[in-house]
Design a protein around this ligand. Sequence first.
Ligand code: GDP
Length: 424
Amino acid sequence: MPASIVIGTQWGDEGKGKATDLLADHMDFVVRYQGGNNAGHTIIAEGHELKLHLVPSGILYPHLTSVIADGVVVDPRVLLEEMDGLAAVGIDPSRLRVSGNCHMIMPYHLEIERVTERFLGKNALGTTKRGIGPAYGDKAARIGLRIQDLFDEKIFREKLEVVLKEKNQVLTRVYGRLPLTVDLIEDDYLRYAERLRPHVADTARLLHDGLHAGKNVLLEGAQGTMLDLDKGTYPFVTSSNPVAGYALASAGIGPREVDRVIGVTKAYVTRVGAGPFPTEDLGAGGELLGERGHEFGTTTGRKRRCGWFDAVILRYAARVNGLTELFLTKLDVLSGFERVRVCTSYRADGEVFEDVPPHQSLFHRAEPVYEELEGWDEELVDARAFGDLPAAARTYVERLQELGGVPISVVSVGPAREQSLAVA
Ligand code: GDP
């Protein structure tokens, strides 16, 4: 009855969608446990390239039940749009289950996020402006509206009236915007409710019963460890907790159900938006990584910042998530570099850090200490076994494994399934 967790070890965009794809055959449930429609998995299936921002990528497999667990914030309009999009390409979304405990993103969350980001000017966080942060804020403040509220119209209206009164004060008096009206929001949301009703379930019970009937559950994290609200580079983080521990809180299962915690790590590092990134390469190297790796955001289209592999954050991710294995993705992108760099530690204020420095100011000042390895010219995309890789690429993989202290089980050399090499 094992559950597995897939989690990004960097700042997101590690290729978690592909890891899920590889594991899906053996799974019965795929669960999203945090974030909102800011995720952006890209999956290639049946000749379609699909971009999913909210719906778990498991939806592509008819044998699976896809679950959106309590810890996700759901914009019901977006959820329904994604389900329609899937149906339009012949993928049946009827097996999607959504927890009634999920908090909803409301129109005022979007509006407030837009105006506060504008107000912050150059200090803006560069959020995706989908209302996700404000929805989590209201959840913590105990004024959030949950999906289950939709199914009691009286309660829904009452809660909406109370919260909108306060939101409208903020919108009109602080930001000089027009107020939103209860009736319009109510109309829209009650319409969504009818369409959502067949998908809403007690997902914690569903997963528990599944596990105890011998089913396999995959919990898929969005974003990555370094974007975790608590364990990441605060405040340049996401508004939820991608780390493995939160998967359990959100799904409502105990830690003893989990036997694999798979870290997805890219063969180099990228980051979207502001915040510390010690191994960023602002020169030709970073530019080339971005071009070869097509490093543009799935959700935002934003160009990602690129740099060299950072073993310090890998060790950190291994520790805070309790990783049992690694999937190394996008090794093919590194072909053509004469030398490849790997950051083994940081230097800050004359001190050497083998681990992520405990204070943010030190992390901001951290200079990477690099080890240089021999590069390789050969393209790797046609490799079908680890032994097909040139010696220098194998040495690189082995070195990352050594530095990270976690076994690498799969090396990926392209987006397709067959471009996945098992490491003995
Ligand atoms: P995710 O959110 O972690 O799934 O990351 P992305 O959506 O940014 O996915 C990474 C992108 O890289 C997708 O377009 C994948 O198809 C692609 N991809 C995944 N693995 C590999 C790989 O090994 N090599 C290359 N070249 N592309 C890959």
